[in-house]
Design a binder for this molecule. Sequence first.
Ligand code: OSB
Ligand code: MG
Length: 368
Amino acid sequence: MKLTGVELRRIRMPLVAPFRTSFGTESRREVLLLRVVTADAEGWGECVAMAEPRYSAEYVDAAADVLRRFLVPALAERQRLDASAVAPALAPFAGHRMAKAALELAVLDAELRAEGRSLGHALGAVRDRVPCGVSVGIMGSVAELLDAVGGYLDAGYVRIKLKIEPGWDVEPVRAVRERFGDDVPLQVDANTAYTLADARHLARLDPFDLLLIEQPLAEDDLLGHVRLARIIRTPVCLDESITSARAAAAAITLGACSIVNIKPGRVGGYLEARRIHDVCAAHGVPVWAGGMLETGLGRAANVALAALPNFTLPGDTSASDRYYRTDVTPPFVLDGGHLAVPTGPGIGVDPVPAELDAVTTSTEWLPL
Ligand code: OSB
Ligand code: MG
């Protein structure tokens, strides 16, 4: 494939409600979209970096900068390029996995559209629909939380994830169990808010039969997670710590986690995400699809990934209306707690031009 150029497009989308986590509160999503143009097709990639470097070191202005200065020019040196060659071409540059993932996805989408193949098919999807969970932010009160959880259960979500932090953990979990019962699949996500000194406190979550606790400790604290996993009964799942298939193999072998959250942006792309899926499957470790408040473009690709065989837990692949009043693609709509895996070529969805233009704050063309 010969690339003609790459368009960087910034969009700004208000969230339907503020989303509070242990690392901050988001009221709107600043997104960087990439459109790769080739002689035969165009491809879209969504960069999941957020406006500020809180969830990870990456942030959206830095992603645009590294793409413009280093990553896109590195592809220009290749005469012919297919998607499997993108990560090796970008490997000389350290880090910036979210920026790399977006560029690889855009090239992969263009390639698959040119071939008339769907991303799900290319990745090895074995389902045509995926069960969906929802990630519920930290609220001002337990009453507000119970309202929100009740609304999501009424909408059909098959699993609830509560964001937690010190001061908002045992009580909200107890309240959700008391109101909605022991049968609701329930898990929590701390986004690194605790230390090993909190192990006894986190063990107080044991009686609530949670599916998992996600990333209780710091990103680089694998040893801490090993120790914590030996103290608490709730299975430990890692998100932030899993930056590659190598990191996943190490975490599993050390006993730092027994479940893995896979986010393609965090690990440098969908091809690395599939390798993590395979490593986990080989170890008998279940995986699930994380989310980064994506628009319909990134969501389409995440839903395709979630259709692989070892994605045996519901993902944070919620419907468009959980995030945005208007999506940039035709909306993803929950059907019996599931989303349909797109079947069209590439990621299988296209932006609606008027919706995309309405939220665009800037565009920049990088010729190759
Ligand atoms: O830790 O999983 C996380 C959103 C932004 C950054 C990090 C996380 C999240 C979520 C929401 O939990 C997932 C989603 O619904 O997209
Ligand atoms: Mg998480």
